[in-house]
Design a protein around this ligand. Structure first.
Ligand SMILES: C[S@@+](CC[C@H](N)C(=O)[O-])C[C@H]1O[C@@H](n2cnc3c(N)ncnc32)[C@H](O)[C@@H]1O
Length: 270
């Protein structure tokens, strides 16, 4: 059994024990992101932004979620891009836990990625750096990563060095940011309310979304996102967004602990 699956076995046991205790709705998503959610926290507006970006690349864009895991975000994207697919190198995540593998997820490593209009790369383990395989196949790359650094030795997950232009970016919390708030609020018995309030003021948000495009399409990808944002409706939401709000990560919330780009979900253009 691969080492990754062995590690997941014990995490899955903890996940089952957690569910057996009947936790509040949607907490599992931010405590066991691999099994119940995604590593980057998102709202419906993120799904709609990504779909609008993809449609600016082609009328009927090919879209691949690279390293999609169980495909939590991909499932949402397919509501707007029904042909979207995912690739995942570790087939054992389905077989080991008797999870049915959807036919739109291929058990293929990114090293075999074939040409595609849009590649979405959501949060890789630190040190996993397969940008060159993504870059040689995609016209547009949308990636999310932790501010703490993940790709390569310098940490960033930029695609400029592969001939892409960064078109836009925004900041959201990661599962770790939400997890910390949930732990303080619900899972740390005896923490006094003043201390909880003080800790909440220190909350921050570590997940960045970067949008890259090949120079020849960068202009239209940028304009498409700009027009989309003019009509963005934050009232359209998934039910799990209540947890984000409760933990102090509201749409356009300004976090005092951040030194720049303080407003969550505010898109910036280069
Ligand atoms: C940290 S998980 C992130 C899952 C999901 N993208 C998310 O953000 O929640 C990384 C996933 O990428 C997969 N992965 C790692 N290297 C890969 C590769 N070379 N090709 C395809 N998938 C890969 C792992 O098996 C794992 O499921």
């Amino acid at each position: 059994m691969p080492f990754a699956i062995q590690k997941l076995q014990s995490a899955h046991q903890a996940y089952r024990q957690f569910l057996a205790r009947g936790p509040p709705l949607h907490h599992a998503r931010y405590i066991f992101p691999f099994f119940a959610g995604s590593y980057f926290a998102y709202r419906k507006i993120d799904v709609l932004r990504v779909a609008a970006l993809a449609k600016s690349v082609a009328d009927n864009p090919s879209y691949v979620d690279v390293g999609c895991g169980y495909g939590d975000f991909l499932k949402k994207i397919r509501g707007y891009l029904p042909g979207a697919t995912g690739i995942e190198k570790e087939g054992g995540i389905f077989y080991a836990f008797q999870v049915a593998k959807p036919d739109y997820i291929d058990l293929t490593p990114v090293e075999s990625l074939t040409p595609v209009d849009v590649a979405f790369v959501g949060w890789m383990e630190p040190g996993q750096d397969f940008r060159r395989f993504v870059a040689k196949s995609a016209k547009c790359v949308i990636t999310t990563f932790d501010a703490g650094g993940q790709c390569g030795i310098n940490g960033g997950c930029e695609y400029d060095e592969f001939g892409f232009e960064r078109v836009a970016w925004w900041r959201t919390p990661s599962w770790i940011d939400i997890n910390a708030e949930l732990m303080n609020r619900y899972y740390t018995p005896g923490l006094d309310p003043a201390k909880k309030e003080q800790l909440a003021k220190l909350r921050t948000a570590h997940n960045f979304w970067y949008v890259y495009a090949k120079p020849e399409i960068a202009g239209r990808v940028k304009s498409a996102l700009q027009s989309w944002l003019e009509k963005e409706e934050p009232g359209q939401r998934f039910d799990f967004e209540d947890v984000l709000d409760e933990c102090g990560f509201r749409y356009m919330e300004e976090l005092p602990a951040l030194t720049n780009s303080k407003k969550l979900w505010e898109a910036r253009f280069d």
